[in-house]
Design a binder for this molecule. Sequence first.
Ligand SMILES: Cc1cc2nc3c(=O)[nH]c(=O)nc-3n(C[C@H](O)[C@H](O)[C@H](O)COP(=O)(O)OP(=O)(O)OC[C@H]3O[C@@H](n4cnc5c(N)ncnc54)[C@H](O)[C@@H]3O)c2cc1C
Ligand code: FES
Length: 367
Amino acid sequence: MTSITSPQPPVRQLGTGGFAPLRIAEIEALTGDSVALTLGGTEEYGTTFDFRAGQHLTLRREFDGRDVRRSYSLCVPPGAGALRIAVRRIDGGVMSTWLTQEAEIGDEIEVSAPTGDFGRGIAEATGRHVGLIGAGSGVTPLVSLAAAHLNAGPDNTALMVLGNRSSASVMLAEDLYDLKNRYAARMQLVHVFSREQQVADELNGHLDPARITRLLQLFGTPAAVADWYLCGPLPVVDNARTALTDLGVSQAAVHSELFHAGAVARPAEVAGSVAESTIVATLNGRRTTVSMTADNPSILDALLGVRSDAPFACRSGVCGTCRARCVSGEAVMRTNFALGEPEVEAGVILTCQALPASSAVELEYLS
Ligand SMILES: Cc1cc2nc3c(=O)[nH]c(=O)nc-3n(C[C@H](O)[C@H](O)[C@H](O)COP(=O)(O)OP(=O)(O)OC[C@H]3O[C@@H](n4cnc5c(N)ncnc54)[C@H](O)[C@@H]3O)c2cc1C
Ligand code: FES
């Protein structure tokens, strides 16, 4: 017997610059200033939009003729069957205001393939206890990571500590509630509010190092935690790092992702950089050579002159979208909030922050 199968439509490739026009399929109000958005239309792109827990997307849109790109973390675990992000409006923010107040179901937006290393491997080991600390919109990748970890094995456990102004400002509160209900015996969820009184004094205030230290001592043994995941604005991530260091946690067990670094001064001069160099970059399977001069503020800027598909988003060393590995030669960075010590040691650089430190630099893009 012969069976007749209808031909599969060809898998679409990402367009110029590595973006696909996706459709906003669903918008859910989360808090007064945040929404969750589900992006549709990924089926045509095969496995391009498959993701690991903790990864983020770059969304691109033109505003008054300006190409604006911003990163948004996926807030669901892999296999959830949806590409869902959660966005909080920032006062005066171009993209977040559009996404939370103006975007409508059916609107199209350019979206990159998922990227990022935050939480790599979290769902691969079993029988582990992990700690997650975040504040505000920093909860988004933490929900994805916690769900992936708890789904991955019956012995996996998690402690999540979240800082917010009040219960009404907790993003993804329902997702957290569902997770806690589903894994009641395996998940500890601790909410700290700065503008709402709770019965326990320790839960009132900001996530400063002293409070984090006391909470971690109260809610378990920090040494029993295999890995820590921190996410949010710079002060919260710094405070959590300080608390964990004071508690004797090894830096290798602490993983963090920043959403915004604030107004951090970037040095105009970088020790070791050279004014002129030849940059050879392999990106999307194509090798390109470009001469870099003192007029180029970064290796990324030099490359964008000839390769519009060179990936980037924040341009401030925070998101890691522009990372590439230095295969030969040397480069130095103005600042780095995205790469951990092991990546830097392996020669990974943020091209938006990098300047050449040798007469030739060869790079291989990672995303
Ligand atoms: C890896 C990564 C993942 C992210 N994931 C999420 C997410 O899941 N949900 C989410 O809501 N946001 C997330 N962000 C932040 C997001 O990318 C944007 O920075 C944010 O939405 C503001 O963009 P905007 O265009 O609205 O503001 P802009 O127009 O860029 O900025 C307006 C003003 O606000 C300041 N600002 C910009 N971003 C922030 C910020 N995050 N906090 C405080 N001040 C800020 C700017 O310095 C400027 O003064 C993530 C960022 C990174 C790097
Ligand atoms: S573009 Fe965000 S770190 Fe370089």
